[in-house]
Design a protein around this ligand. Structure first.
Ligand SMILES: [Zn+2]
Length: 335
């Protein structure tokens, strides 16, 4: 018998979703509480918060042109599975709506490609990262002073793995020499200048220190001179400021590797694929690293508690399929 598209089949520990994009099996599906499962033909009961869905739509729309460029690139070098995963990234979303008083919506399953340059996946990752970073900083601020340091170098074209590696190594050296700190979260970022057609790589370091530091213009001038010396130039531009709002700082730090849509031409994208392959965009060290591990545990416990609390309620599920030009539309599925 031919399988019908959009059907979710469940067993105790796994679910199979047959979509227009193939069959997806998720072995970690945790909706195995069959007594609480709602069976309904009336899918109009399901009303997902439009704001939530529109956020996905906004980022999927951003992602379209870049996903196409990445798809062409990987297809041309024979990496067909990777290419296909990128092209179909976010083409379906499975939401579960609980019948709790808040009518909580949870994204349970989606086909994300997880490519570091994919705007949809970068957005998801940055949200998760910002939440953990916020908790990390709340732990560290009880013990040490926090600063946000940005180190930039002159624009380059082409950009290479070597330039990126040197930037990271030099930033560690600089932090140790100037602020005697080995405790940091660092984030590497590249912006693109479409007029000059070159890249602007820079690094943000959120570091902690047991002592207060001068952040006056005079201190910044000294920073510029020292940092410039690493690149045999009179100076390079740097910035330092104390962290006053840990939540704001977390969102500032947890940005995308590359901002879109400024970096959306074929040349600009393909120029950074190779140098950023297997790049660790975020790095952690010292006290920050320890606090981050603690923060991750807290986040996991909170998530488990939320899932446990939600498991007391009935729920219904709905798949949304992406239709270019129209956005996410309810797929014809029954549960
Ligand atoms: Zn993606």
């Amino acid at each position: 018998m031919e399988e019908q598209k959009g059907i979710i089949k469940m067993s105790n520990k796994s679910s199979t979703i047959i979509t227009n994009y193939g069959t997806i099996v998720n072995n970690n599906y945790y909706g195995n509480n069959t007594e609480n499962r709602t069976t309904t033909d009336n899918d109009t009961l399901y009303v997902i918060d439009n704001d939530e869905l529109s956020k996905f739509e906004k980022h999927k729309n951003y992602a379209l042109s870049i996903q196409q460029i990445l798809y062409d690139y990987y297809k041309a070098i024979g990496k067909h599975t990777k290419a296909e995963n990128i092209r179909t990234c976010g083409n379906f979303l499975l939401f579960r709506q609980y019948k709790n008083p808040e009518q909580t919506n949870k994204l349970m399953l989606a086909n994300f490609c997880k490519h570091p340059l994919c705007p949809l996946c970068s957005w998801r990752k940055s949200l998760k990262n910002a939440k953990i970073t916020h908790k990390t900083l709340k732990i560290v601020e009880k013990e040490e002073f926090l600063y946000l340091l940005t180190l930039t170098i002159s624009n380059v074209n082409p950009i290479t793995k070597r330039i990126i590696r040197d930037l990271y190594q030099n930033s560690k050296k600089f932090l140790d020499k100037r602020y005697y700190s080995k405790s940091y979260l660092s984030q590497f970022e590249i912006t693109y200048n479409p007029e000059r057609e070159d890249y602007h790589p820079h690094i943000h370091l959120l570091f902690s220190s047991p002592m207060e530091h001068d952040t006056s213009e005079n201190a910044i001038r000294k920073n510029n001179e020292l940092w410039g010396g690493y690149y045999n130039q009179k100076y390079q531009i740097t910035d330092i400021r104390p962290v006053e709002d840990v939540e704001k700082a977390s969102f500032e730090l947890c940005k995308y590797l590359c901002k879109s849509p400024a970096i959306s031409t074929t040349e600009a994208i393909t120029g950074i694929i190779s140098p950023t392959t297997n790049l660790r965009q975020f790095n952690y060290a010292g006290l920050m690293r320890e606090a981050r591990a603690e923060a991750k545990e807290i986040c996991t416990e909170e998530e488990e508690l939320e899932i446990y609390n939600l498991s007391q309620y009935e729920y219904i599920e709905q798949i949304y399929s992406w239709i270019t030009g129209q956005g996410y539309k309810k797929a014809n599925n029954k549960i």
